[in-house]
Ligand binder design. Structure first.
Ligand code: PMP
Length: 306
């Protein structure tokens, strides 16, 4: 991957090479950071770059920071403005991914969350597919469990907790699968290593409720709206049992990076017909119009990078 040209670091945009950290940086040693992954979509017809649900991602970043007792210097509005400044400086005219981080920058030894200084940083890079087989992924149910809310709150996007995702993802990929599906402490379906999960069965959409050790996904929330209001489906948010994934007609993973990834096999069993289903197909086409600012009704979800 080519490195970005620019970065937002502390309080300004500067060349990426100048954004340097010391070895003792607290977040590097103890995982005491929170982050956001946001997509920018280039609309070819209008020649414009749109950021999908910028305010929601910034709000979740700030909420995640509160879980780590951070007191960020920038307001949510100022954070969003900083990310737009960065995008203008980077000058991307293609689909991209914005990584924003708030982390403890102190160069000290000692595990804790108090008496430390949080710093905000961000970069933007060109970005395509995260899961190559977005129209037919083969997933496995991981032997790793999703951390419980009393272990590390999964609602927050906390850098240290991504070790759990990395353990599951590597085991899955090195065994020939495209992605892992993790169960929670109770053995219920939770989410992918970096995605929420939806099942379609008998025309009803089901997704694990927010008490099932899942991240409060912004794509998840957007798709619940599109499934209900545009495709007319009932959406149930509730605990999902492992057996249900083998009886579903369709399954898809959702996230900023993975967008809508159709899961067509789980542990060598076909999901439904073993091909991407009709709900997933319609939802993907609607979603890609929405994120590029092509749907007037949902244009407010897209922030123009002027
Ligand atoms: N779950 C996890 C564990 C994730 O890392 C992500 C990606 N941020 C998601 C779900 C999806 O969240 P979002 O739609 O907000 O990107």
């Amino acid at each position: 991957m080519a490195l970005p040209r620019m970065a937002f670091f502390h309080d300004r945009v500067l060349p990426y090479a100048e954004a340097k950290l010391g070895l003792l940086t607290h977040a590097f040693n103890y995982g005491t950071g929170v982050f956001a992954g946001i997509r920018g979509y280039f609309n070819q017809d209008e020649g414009k770059l749109f950021v999908f649900r910028l305010a929601d991602h910034v709000r979740r970043l700030h909420e995640s920071s509160r879980l780590l007792r951070m007191n960020l210097a920038l307001s949510e509005e100022a954070t969003a403005a900083a990310l737009l400044d960065l995008l203008r400086a980077e000058g991307l005219r293609q689909d991209c991914y914005i990584r924003a981080l708030a982390f403890y920058s102190d160069e000290v030894i000692g595990v804790r969350l108090h008496g430390l200084t949080p710093v905000l940083a961000a970069v933007a890079v060109p970005f395509g597919l995260y899961i190559d087989k977005a129209e037919g992924a083969h997933c496995t149910v991981s032997s790793w469990r999703r951390p419980d809310d009393n272990v590390i709150p999964p609602r927050g996007k906390i850098t240290g907790s991504y070790i759990n995702s990395a353990l599951a993802k590597s085991d899955a990929e090195l065994s020939g699968f495209d992605e892992a599906i993790l169960l929670n402490r109770d053995g219920h379906v939770s989410e992918g290593s970096g995605e929420n999960i939806f099942l379609i069965r008998r025309g009803i959409a089901v997704t694990p409720s927010l008490d099932q050790s899942v991240l409060e996904g912004i794509t998840r929330r957007s798709l619940i709206t599109l499934l209900r209001d545009e495709l007319g489906l009932t959406v149930e948010e509730r605990p999902v049992e492992r057996g249900e994934i083998f009886l579903a007609d369709e399954i898809f993973l959702t996230g900023t990076a993975a967008q809508i990834t159709a899961v067509t096999r789980i542990d060598h069993r076909p999901v439904g017909t073993g091909q991407m289903g009709s709900v997933t197909t319609r939802l993907r086409s609607l979603f890609f119009d929405v994120v590029r600012g092509r749907s007037p009704k949902y244009r407010s979800w897209c922030t123009l990078v002027a």
